[in-house]
Design a protein around this ligand. Structure first.
Ligand code: AMP
Length: 249
């Protein structure tokens, strides 16, 4: 089985995000970028399946600006076998990414596509679901464990109300949640080895996809600063404030 792992380049999770002065988006110039943390978990899950003999090849794929090759090199240094860069300077929407990934799936015919449950920049949580719908493949989201079987995957999903177990027939699109695993760090020798691993370069046109945006960002704003909290001295005072000041009960 081949496993395809789409990985997104996003602002590093430790960087404080700043809105551009013209409110057209967030500042990306000279900002540290990294692989989306949920995508790291997806890469780790794929590598563990290969190491357990359940997969033969792990392919990382990223769509976006040419610097996405750094994100792909990170995936290769973690242990992926090869990479595909779909280079495009537009701001790619989830539906476009899903169409690009569908075209890659038609070329590569993976048994499993493992994505992050969401990218921490746009918080869209859409790409995996759209990809499975476009392909007509089974879909399990928010996986906290994945068991590989001959013709299906048994997936435990994390819900607000608890855990749900589902089976997804192969081929399948699975999105991964935080508790699935703890991703490995790439060792220095593996970082060196990754430089020699193959990376194909494609464009949206090569894959027959129109990557132009359909959504227009009207304005991006910082969330309002949080007000300082207060301490109340009794339950009665709390109820009084909720009823008469906040007027929420
Ligand atoms: P989203 O639907 O944008 O929240 O992203 C969910 C997941 O889709 C990510 O964790 C990635 O696995 C994948 N994904 C989204 N955008 C891209 C992209 N530009 N290139 C590769 N994978 C992506």
């Amino acid at each position: 089985m081949k496993i395809l792992v789409p990985v997104k380049r996003v602002i590093d999770a430790n960087v404080k995000v700043r809105v551009k002065s013209d409110q057209s988006g967030v500042e990306l110039a000279n900002i540290k970028m990294a692989m989306n943390p949920f995508c790291e978990i997806a890469v780790e899950a794929a590598l563990r399946m290969r190491e357990a003999g359940q997969a033969d090849e792990v392919i990382v794929v990223s769509a976006g600006v040419s610097q996405c090759h750094e994100t792909l090199r990170t995936g290769l240094a973690m242990g992926a076998d090869r990479a595909i860069l779909i280079e495009d300077d537009q701001d790619l929407e989830p539906l476009v990414v899903a169409k690009l990934l569908k075209a890659v799936c038609e070329r590569e015919e993976p048994g499993l596509v493992l994505l992050g449950k969401q990218a921490i920049d746009g918080d869209n949580n859409q790409t995996g679901q759209m990809l499975s719908a476009l392909l007509g493949w089974s879909n399990a989201t928010f996986a906290s464990s994945i068991e590989v079987n001959d013709d299906h995957f048994k997936v435990t999903r994390e819900l607000d109300s608890g855990l749900e177990s589902v089976t997804a027939n192969r081929p399948s699109v699975i999105t991964v949640d935080l508790r699935l695993n703890e991703p490995r760090y790439a060792s220095l020798p593996n970082i060196m080895k990754a430089k020699k691993k193959p990376m194909d370069k494609l464009t949206a046109a090569d894959l027959g996809v129109d990557s132009s945006p359909r959504l227009q960002v009207v304005k991006v704003e910082e969330p309002p600063a949080r007000q300082a909290g207060i301490k109340v001295s009794s339950a009665e005072e709390l109820v009084d404030k909720l009823r008469n000041e906040a007027k929420v009960i």
